[in-house]
Ligand binder design. Structure first.
Ligand SMILES: Cc1cc2nc3c(=O)[nH]c(=O)nc-3n(C[C@H](O)[C@H](O)[C@H](O)COP(=O)(O)OP(=O)(O)OC[C@H]3O[C@@H](n4cnc5c(N)ncnc54)[C@H](O)[C@@H]3O)c2cc1C
Length: 413
């Protein structure tokens, strides 16, 4: 049975598909919809998966409003086609039913450090090309932010389990609870015969507000909170600072786990928020309150002090944000959650000479994803800063090509 046939029938299969042209990974949307209508799920699933190994995840978490559905021609005069619903149905069914065998290895070992979207993509792609791939993951579960950041009510974890099952079936070794860096160094991996190393360790250190009182007991960083939200007792009144998807996830999780009054405080306007419109409206629908033009000044016992801000027009037409005089005010709350982005942890560069980083700790790579150390490649958030799943997948595919090229020298030796 097809669950999204009405959606698929709404597609007019444009010759120049704006949906596909605005998909960062160039998903052949009209072709997939055609196959779906013909009930060729396996064929459609294979095409989706080979183009984007994380299609099942992207169908849920991608900012579709800026990509496929946001550019659908039908959306100009009515409802756009929600291709992501069709993509999810196909990708999920495909992963549930595909029968996979271990892929024969060429004997060349490759180490993948980190099992987020970048690590999973590189692992699958290099395994497909015949390499003997081992993933080293410091946590007990794979998935990175997909597992330890995005809440379950938004991204059911069964999708990551399906990917894990697939990875194991094709022969990727997964070492959990295994941190690479301080003790098990990159040198050690090379000594043990790995010919190339991929680093996809993401960004896990929260950015600080750098205001007084930030260490107080009622203040937490959203990226830490989202790892295990059910182990926190936030109280009834929660203030979340920030306006990206992390802030929305933190606010929605606080509501989900029982806090009554959850508010997002942001120093600019709603239209400046980096979270998708969809995420913002979901948060609003769930009762999250929004306060704009409020900048945090100091955390104090029992709450936090904000100062009002306002936008002013500059002579060159640009705008700046300035504080409003005498507007500092105390806002009581039980918990403050800070969600103003993340930077990389330095575990991977400790004891690993030759891996250069730029400002903010991001790994330096060239256009081919090569780091400053021979044989070591990287991409995803650890090189670009906090971005999106699809960007990590797109970059990973490119890095696989350069790793494959680099590894050719070891073939036949
Ligand atoms: C709360 C939240 C919500 C988000 N929502 C969305 C969304 O809706 N849509 C979207 O597209 N993007 C979203 N993002 C961003 C997206 O999740 C990231 O851009 C993406 O996960 C980056 O993938 P990555 O593989 O580079 O890193 P990560 O997902 O961070 O994975 C890195 C992995 O490396 C492991 N690791 C780190 N150091 C080591 C080490 N030394 N040794 C071994 N393993 C190590 C980590 O444990 C982790 O598993 C969100 C981010 C957050 C924080």
């Amino acid at each position: 049975m097809l669950n999204n046939l009405i959606e698929a029938n709404n597609c007019i299969l444009c010759k120049k598909p704006r949906c596909q042209n605005n998909c960062p990974i160039d998903t052949p949307i009209p072709e997939i919809i055609k196959l779906y209508k013909e009930n060729k799920i396996e064929e459609a699933g294979k095409i989706l998966f080979e183009n984007n190994p994380l299609s099942v995840i992207c169908s849920i978490v991608c900012p579709h409003e800026n990509q496929c559905s946001g550019n659908c021609i039908k959306g100009l005069k009515g409802e756009p086609v929600s291709f992501n619903k069709i993509e999810y149905e196909i990708s999920r069914k495909y992963l549930e039913s595909v029968s996979t065998k271990k892929i024969k290895s060429n004997g060349i070992k490759v180490a993948i450090v980190g099992s987020g979207p970048a690590g999973i993509t590189v692992a699958l792609e290099l395994c497909r090309r015949g390499y003997d791939v081992t993933i080293f993951e410091k946590n007990e579960k794979i998935g990175g932010i997909l597992t330890y950041g995005i809440p379950d009510f938004r991204l059911p974890k069964s999708n990551i389990e399906l990917l894990e099952k697939y990875l194991k079936a094709v022969g990727v070794s997964i070492k959990i609870n295994s941190m690479i860096g301080p003790v098990v160094t990159l040198n050690k991996l090379f000594e043990d015969g790995y010919k190339a190393i991929f680093i996809g360790t993401g960004v896990w250190n929260p950015k600080r507000l750098n205001i007084k009182g930030e260490t107080f007991g009622h203040v937490h960083y959203a990226i830490d909170y989202l790892r295990t939200p059910n182990s926190y007792d936030l109280g009834d009144n929660v203030i979340v600072i920030g306006a990206g998807n992390v802030a929305m996830d933190a606010a929605r999780s606080a509501k989900y786990y029982g806090s009554k009054n959850v508010s997002i405080y942001y120093r600019r306007d709603v239209c400046d928020m980096t979270a998708t419109k969809h995420e913002i409206s979901e948060a609003q629908d769930e009762g999250v309150h929004f306060e704009t033009f409020k900048s945090p000044v100091e955390v104090v016992d029992g709450g936090i002090i904000f100062e009002d801000t306002k936008k002013i027009e500059n002579l060159d037409g640009s705008s700046s944000l300035v504080p409003v005089e005498d507007s500092k005010k105390f806002y009581p709350c039980d918990t403050v959650l800070i969600a103003i982005s993340q930077v990389p942890r330095n575990t991977i560069v400790i004891n690993n000479k030759g891996l250069d980083v730029k400002q903010g700790g991001l790994l330096i790579t060239n256009e081919f994803g090569q780091t400053t150390r021979d044989g070591v490649f990287a991409c995803g958030d650890v090189t670009n800063g906090a971005r999106t799943v699809i960007e990590a997948v797109v970059d990973s595919k490119k890095v696989c090509d350069s790793m494959d090229k680099y590894l050719q020298q070891f073939l036949g030796n």
